[in-house]
Design a protein. Structure first.
Length: 86
């Protein structure tokens, strides 16, 4: 059996590289086409960035209700944990 690298391994890798480069060119062409259809606008970072920009402001009363509900939930959670431990 021959030792070391085989020339067929190198050839296979070179052909794989050529194939992947061709796929990359196709993908880049599709990206350009989509950007042109969007009118040259850059796509946003994702749905999270859109969501953050459209947040509705909460009133002070709503913040108080939410905070009170969260404190109540934590109080019940701690009570349940204490009952488990005792």
């Amino acid at each position: 059996m021959p030792r070391g690298r085989s020339s067929t391994d190198e050839t296979t890798l070179q052909m794989a590289l050529v194939g992947y480069e061709m796929e990359k060119q196709k993908i880049d062409a599709k990206i350009r086409e989509i950007r042109e259809r969007l009118g040259g606008k850059q796509a946003s970072a994702g749905p999270a960035s859109k969501k953050a920009s459209k947040r509705r402001p909460l009133s002070a009363a709503a913040r108080k209700r939410i905070a009170a509900a969260q404190r109540r939930r934590w109080k019940e959670h701690r009570k349940a944990q204490a009952a488990k431990g005792a």
